[in-house]
Design a protein around this ligand. Structure first.
Ligand SMILES: [Zn+2]
Length: 304
């Protein structure tokens, strides 16, 4: 079992603290509903500073969940990984209906699965740089459209063929249950699935239903206080930990805008390590539990 990074296979034990759902380089400035220049992240001196900070915090791995149609840049990820000696795991797949390239609507699920399999086995974007997971596979707000359903089924086919894990996008935390139903109807191995943005889901009963399936769930928008206050994330997370789910939780910040970077007065990627983790510790969460969420669980989830 190896973890497939952009610079080659890595032994799972090599992973230290891992951010499970991030974007380093992507471009949604043209496709986002609001069309704004803020939705573009680049290989830049500002990003270099961000990466130096997380490395100083003991993080050596970033799971990059940008995929086809989001301005994903395999070569830039490779360059960043080399420059900083950072493990970057890239993603294949398609995001959500409003961002799909037009061919996604035309192709069958088998054809879409073929594209994902090729990116995992051979490489992305005419390079030999391989994707290491299928992510972020998304649904729309309060709805899984027909085409999104097809993309989920394609992702499950590619997951069965390659063994690669799947990480999802739940728009503002919604539709986790609908995604779970799709995975179960298609006999996906739930221990290889991680549901994204569950810290934005204020329905703890639904969070528990996802966890009881054996899947991982992610508290991956830490710092996005306009969606939900970190203090609420924290109490929700502690409640799940107290119920014994420490082996199925993973953490991240989901940086998606230039204005999230420290250089532009944002909270930055390191917010997870310099603010949120200390707050967990202050609230009685044990170091050992933090280690599971940041290190052990990502190692287990990402290896195939
Ligand atoms: Zn997302």
């Amino acid at each position: 079992m190896k973890i497939q990074s952009v610079t080659g296979p890595v032994d799972p034990q090599f992973l230290q603290k891992t951010m499970i759902h991030e974007h380093l380089v992507f471009d949604l400035s043209e496709v986002r509903e609001e069309k704004d220049a803020d939705s573009k992240l680049e290989n830049s001196p500002e990003l270099d500073q961000e990466i130096k900070r997380i490395i100083e915090s003991g993080c050596n791995t970033v799971v990059e969940v940008s995929n086809i149609g989001m301005g994903r840049d395999a070569k830039a990820m490779f360059d960043i990984a080399k420059k900083h000696n950072l493990v970057i795991i890239a993603s294949t797949g398609f995001y959500k209906e409003s961002v799909y390239p037009s061919f996604v609507f035309e192709k069958t699920k088998e054809e879409l699965a073929e594209i994902m399999i090729r990116e995992i086995e051979d490489g992305m974007d005419d390079t030999t740089i391989k994707a290491g997971l299928i992510a972020e596979i998304g649904s729309s707000y309060q709805e899984i459209t027909e085409t999104e359903k097809k993309v989920f089924e394609a992702a499950i086919l590619a997951h069965k063929k390659t063994g690669a894990p799947i990480s999802t996008h739940c728009e503002i935390g919604t539709m986790g249950k609908g995604q779970l139903d799709l995975f179960q109807e298609n006999n996906a191995d739930m221990s290889r699935i991680s549901f994204g943005h569950q810290d934005l889901n204020e329905d703890i009963e639904e969070q528990l239903e996802l966890l009881k399936s054996g899947a991982f769930i992610q508290f991956d928008t830490v710092g996005k206080n306009s969606y939900r206050r970190d203090s609420d994330r924290l109490s929700n997370l502690i409640e799940l930990l107290n119920l014994g789910y420490e082996d199925q939780l993973m953490l991240s910040c989901d940086i998606t805008r230039k204005s999230h970077l420290k250089s532009f007065d944002g909270y930055g990627y390191n917010h997870l390590f310099e603010d949120f983790i200390p707050a967990l510790l202050n609230n009685g969460v044990k170091e050992e539990t933090i280690d599971k969420m940041l290190v052990q669980n990502p190692r287990r989830f990402l290896a195939f």
